[in-house]
Design a protein around this ligand. Sequence first.
Ligand code: AMP
Ligand code: ZN
Length: 487
Amino acid sequence: MGWLARIIGRPAKPVEHGRAAQVFLTNTLSGTKELFIPLKPGIVTMYSCGPTVYSRAHIGNLRAYVFSDTIARTLAMAGYRVRRVINITDVGHLVGDGDEGVDKMAVGASREQTTPEAIAERYTKLFIDDIGELHVDPSDILFPHATEYIKEQIALAKTLEEKGFAYRLSDGLYFDTEKFPGYGKLGGVSRAHLEAGARVEVVAGKRHPADFVLWRAAKPNDLQQWDSPWGRGNPGWHIECSAMIRSLLGQEIDIHTGGEDHISVHHNNEIAQSEAASGRQFVRYWMHSAFLTMGGEKASKSLGNVVYLSDVVDKGFHPLALRYFFLQAHYRTPLSFSWDALAAAGSALDRLWKLSLEIAEESRSISEPSEVRDNFLATMRDDLATPQALAALWDALRSEEYTPEEKWGLIETADAHLGLSLLTPPKSDGLTLEEMPSEMQDMLARREAARNSKDFAEADRLRTAIEERGYRVDDGPEGPVLTRKTL
Ligand code: AMP
Ligand code: ZN
């Protein structure tokens, strides 16, 4: 029995005879790691709360989507067909979790002197580009826009009203949490606690601080408003996810993901709406990723401590350096960002790419199964233990114990799970001779000459001089490659 099997008490070799292998996931609903059992054999329905497209997603947001992508890849590799949805919030919900604050889409539109529609289009494209750069394949995902599902949101709110779960106030329709026993079951948030911690009630007539808006009556200057049984207005934030899930994936789904900040309010409200309407369990496995922090604080736009993928690229990092950086931490562990830590991840990934190229050559890209590959699979299937999986990958690739073909088999499996381009490491990062500053061209040529005449001391001296100018030399199969150092 392998080490992992001893810990979790199951055979190390997953069962893969034409059916999906076992995967264990931590479910926020139970607070424990559970064996994943889908509603329908072989199929997974999965929803991830998406961005509000009023500005660019920051790298904290992006962590949440690399996390859901890792779930999807792991389940797909275990033999499931994964149906994924990430919603695009293009309706201007309010900045806070509660029912107060300013409308984000209006903020974006006024900042850029344009319409909410133009803002939504711009930032949806940037979001999809950003996740694509991080190897989250957009063609595998459905991206419904909230504004395309207004009818469905109204229908769901109407159902809740008809079933007695809602009440009308002059400024909109509210969900009555009193009527939904078990409100707050996700993460153990009690209504009483919400009451104790609530700020001064900002919506006159709200019966309980936990009650939340399903449909908000339009204010005179609202840029986005629609007709509804409750007059002109716009939908509440939470109803958007419940309605789109119901329309696109069904009344009950397998997996719902989001950042941990969504547990207490947004996801408990989604549960209340969906379960009150259907009378059935809404989501079987709730999964949440921990924060990306900056200097000890959550990265967030309102704190102003955010970094964007464009900053990462501008500093000369490959976008996948960020993906590698995310994967070095388990998704349930907060991850502290620094440029030094990203640089370390970037150079580890460079080394991994180099190693992969060497093994591709040695093995002629022929793969063979091995115990180390099975252990890698078991590690990923044990609640997506990416730090351990990366460590196992490094150990195996450096070890003499495995043949090049076994190592290549492991690389193939690892790449399918981790999405790090290990099979085709990018070469474009290296500068062509013409792109280099002439001083660098000169030094590189002198270093080559020194190497050819076996003057290694001079070659090393030139390498150091090149590095001191912010460049790095790697001796690839097709000669030296010069790269701008990332920091
Ligand atoms: P939002 O646009 O604020 O709804 O965020 C989109 C996703 O990013 C949600 O799943 C959030 O939980 C997640 N998120 C926001 N800030 C962070 C952060 N600093 N670290 C990790 N995830 C975050
Ligand atoms: Zn949501």
